[in-house]
Write a protein that binds this ligand. Structure first.
Ligand SMILES: [Zn+2]
Length: 411
């Protein structure tokens, strides 16, 4: 972790500042802390492999003891949940290899990690809406030097879409060490990961951020009132809070969680008035290529019938506007969407959409609104992809998610 990140961090329990305990084992430079112990008025927390772990769940306490015992290698294994020696050694070998991909690393963590759809994440309907809304709102409110935070951001897929909007590193907060570790290494390089518990007070200073978001996770938070109060506390008075893709109590959806009704969500906000949007209309804006219309006022019937809601709270006049959707600069590698099978036909390449399974088709089938079932590309287009050249045709293919900007060494 960067030393200057200590300016943002506060103990989740006493609210005190955190500093490196110099008398205990640590590995640090004038700019970074790699391993060590942070202390406040009430407590101590470990930094493991450059990631502060600011909660007191059982693994974290064990890992802190291991850091204090000068075994940061064992502390990292504890945080990855690797208690079998042979498995831990296999994982350590992958984690220290420069050639290992995100996929290799996820697979080395075991079959229960990440659920398997990560390959398709950057083109799924939930992602494209969340990414468009996050970029639009963040770009409207972030002033030079201000930061964004992605809370419960998992392995950083949406965090990645915020990185170019601010010179100060975007903070990614999540309970799961393995996920934020993967984000920093692969998905969102340059983000600043912090491990913390979404059901506890958030370990950050008041007003430390211009933009705070949480997407596709809020329905799993039990302490919703505290969580929203904390998001309101974290942003400065002209900032914005975004809760993206949260399920609606009035509809059924797969992986339902403990959702609230639209009014229930609105009532969580005490200091900034929120606006709720049904995800469907925002999705239609994105599929049409923009603008993303945040001036709209969805009526009660629309909200009640929406399986997923997006909530935006801000006093900034630039937020509730029509936002043009521009494609961000390529930061990874342009590749053909892995949902397509590829078949060579002379000078052409025939792409055919093939969902990984029925469940995927059921949950993410709305991608048929932008992904063609089949299409034929000239091989020269594919060759120019590899060379990093961007043609007009490619801009259109990218807009339709036939071509996606995947993180380097993704799979
Ligand atoms: Zn404390």
């Amino acid at each position: 972790m960067r030393i200057d990140t200590l300016e943002l961090l506060r103990c989740p329990y006493c609210g005190g500042r955190l500093s490196l305990v110099e008398s205990l084992f640590h590995r640090s430079t004038s700019e970074e802390i790699h391993d060590g112990i942070l202390g406040c008025h009430c407590c101590v927390f470990p930094v493991i492999d450059g990631i502060p772990v600011l909660h007191l769940l059982p693994g974290a306490s064990q890992a802190r003891e291991q850091v204090q015992a000068e075994r940061p290698d064992l502390a990292r294994r504890t945080m990855f949940g690797l208690d079998d020696e042979a498995h831990a050694e296999r994982f350590d070998a992958i984690a220290s290899s420069d050639r290992a991909t995100y996929r290799d690393t996820v697979e080395a963590l075991g079959p229960n990690f990440e659920g398997g759809y990560f390959l398709y994440r950057f083109s799924d309907p939930t992602y494209i809406v969340a990414s468009a809304v996050a970029r639009s709102v963040a770009a409207a409110v972030l002033r030079p030097g201000q930061r964004a935070i992605d809370i419960c951001g998992g392995s950083g897929h949406i965090t990645r879409s915020l990185l170019d909007l601010s010179a100060a590193p975007t903070v990614l907060a999540d309970l799961y060490f393995a996920k934020v570790w993967l984000a920093r290494r692969f998905t969102a390089p340059g983000c600043e990961p912090v491990c913390c518990d979404g059901n506890a007070p958030m370990p950050f200073a008041r007003g430390a951020f211009g933009f705070a978001m949480c997407t596709d996770a809020f329905m799993y938070i039990w302490t919703k009132r505290q969580f929203v109060g904390e998001m309101e506390r974290l942003v400065d008075p002209a900032g914005a809070v975004l809760i993206g893709h949260t399920h609606n109590e009035r509809t059924w959806s797969p992986s339902h969680g403990q959702p609230l009704s639209p009014e229930g969500y609105a009532d969580l906000f005490e200091t900034i008035e929120p606006r709720l949007f049904g995800e469907g209309n925002l999705f239609a804006d994105v599929v049409a290529g923009g603008p993303l219309d945040l001036t709209r006022r969805d009526d009660q019937a629309t909200l009640d019938a929406s399986p997923a809601l997006t909530i935006v709270a801000s006093r900034h006049p630039g937020v509730f506007a029509r936002h043009p959707l521009e494609q961000p600069a390529v930061t990874g590698e342009l590749r053909i969407n892995p949902l397509y099978t590829q078949q060579a036909e002379g000078e052409h390449l025939r792409l055919t959409l093939a969902f990984p399974n029925e469940e995927y088709a059921e949950e993410y089938g709305a991608c048929l609104q932008y992904l063609p079932q089949t299409l034929t590309l000239e091989r020269s287009v594919v060759a120019s992809l590899a060379a990093g050249r961007v043609s007009d045709e490619m801009i259109d293919l990218r807009r339709r998610k036939v071509i996606v900007d995947l993180p380097k060494r993704y799979y």
